[in-house]
Design a binder for this molecule. Structure first.
Ligand code: NAP
Length: 288
């Protein structure tokens, strides 16, 4: 089976490409220089020539501050881009897998969000991702919308100057005498390797729909940082930041933990507790 991965040199796209190749799929890797998802002609020309049975879209404008400053550009990539892909996938009878985010929620629930929970985004990024989901759900005949959160992977995140949170902490440990991290915002750190493996098993079903795909459990950003240093055997001066020490320029959910309810209903949830994927990541990093 031929699969096209859009955003293939990104943090998630690179692991998706690798995991699908390992599982025997023929993977066509598409980078931004190959396709512009906000342009219907580009999407149509590229995908019609490839004729992939499955198209996986990891491409997005997801730098939250940049989205807030450029809402039209953000909408044209995150929403119109998803609509273009849904239309062209229908024409080619391809399955569309579209990646979305925990930022579709406002964080006021304080218990893990399930797929049936109502979205209530707090910022432009979240709003445009909700719109993208809605375009896919309304247009695509065969689709998976996969929401993930707090991802980190071996290939640097292109929208965040190559630094995911884990790499940022390891960099700060070298550069700073003290590291201060907030302890009142909660997430589920999730390894892109695990998301990619989960997508290989999901794609083998035809249970089209919306899925949450994150590691199990949750932690604060401070607890995440503490575990990164513990697993890396790095001694550093890590402290809890005061609640208002890092005022947010753009509102973000303070609690964005997702429950993989639909994967569990299908009996295919592969995720383990969040520190399991982190241990694998740190070990692979040290091995290289
Ligand atoms: N990072 C997180 O913590 C997080 C959390 C939840 C969900 N997500 C979602 O996960 C997905 C992947 O994130 P990531 O961290 O892997 O991102 P990333 O490393 O920034 O990779 C994104 C990829 O998409 C490409 N791209 C951007 N705009 C494009 C466009 N208009 N047309 C075609 N390609 C384009 C980028 O190419 P260039 O860099 O060359 O432009 C890059 O290859 C996104 O949908 C994001 O919303 C991320």
């Amino acid at each position: 089976m031929k699969i096209a991965v859009i955003g293939a040199n990104g943090q998630l796209g690179s692991d998706i490409s690798e995991e699908f190749k390992k599982s025997g799929f023929e993977v066509i890797e598409l980078n931004h220089s190959d396709i512009e998802i906000s342009d219907l002609d580009s999407v149509s020309n590229v995908l019609q020539s490839i004729k992939a049975g499955i198209v996986i879209n990891t491409a997005a404008m997801h730098n939250v501050e940049k989205c807030e400053a450029e809402p039209a550009a953000s909408f044209s990539i995150n929403a119109i881009g998803a609509r273009n892909l849904a239309m062209v996938c229908n024409d080619a009878a391809s399955v569309l897998v579209h990646i979305s985010t925990d930022y579709v929620f406002d964080g006021k629930k304080h218990s893990p969000y399930v797929e049936a929970d109502k979205t209530a985004p707090l910022n432009v990024y979240g709003n445009t991702k909700v719109s993208g989901e809605q375009f896919v759900e309304a247009i695509a005949k065969k689709y998976f919308v996969v929401r993930t959160s707090g991802i980190y992977g071996r290939n640097p995140c292109r929208a965040k100057e190559g630094l995911n949170f884990t790499e940022l902490m390891l960099k700060l440990a070298i550069e700073k005498p003290e590291i201060r991290v907030v302890n009142d915002e909660f997430l589920t750190p999730t390894s892109t390797k695990e998301v990619s493996r989960q997508m290989v098993s999901l794609i083998k079903t035809d249970a089209w729909g919306l899925y949450h795909a994150t590691a199990e459990g949750s932690c604060s950003w401070y607890e995440f940082a503490k575990k990164i240093f513990e697993l890396s055997s790095i001694k550093t001066n890590l402290n809890i930041a005061n609640p208002d020490e890092f005022p947010m320029k753009v509102p973000r959910p303070k609690y964005s933990v997702l429950e993989n309810e639909n994967l569990k209903k299908l009996g295919i949830n592969i995720f383990k507790k969040w520190d399991h994927g982190l241990k694998e990541y740190i070990e692979s990093r040290q091995a290289h």
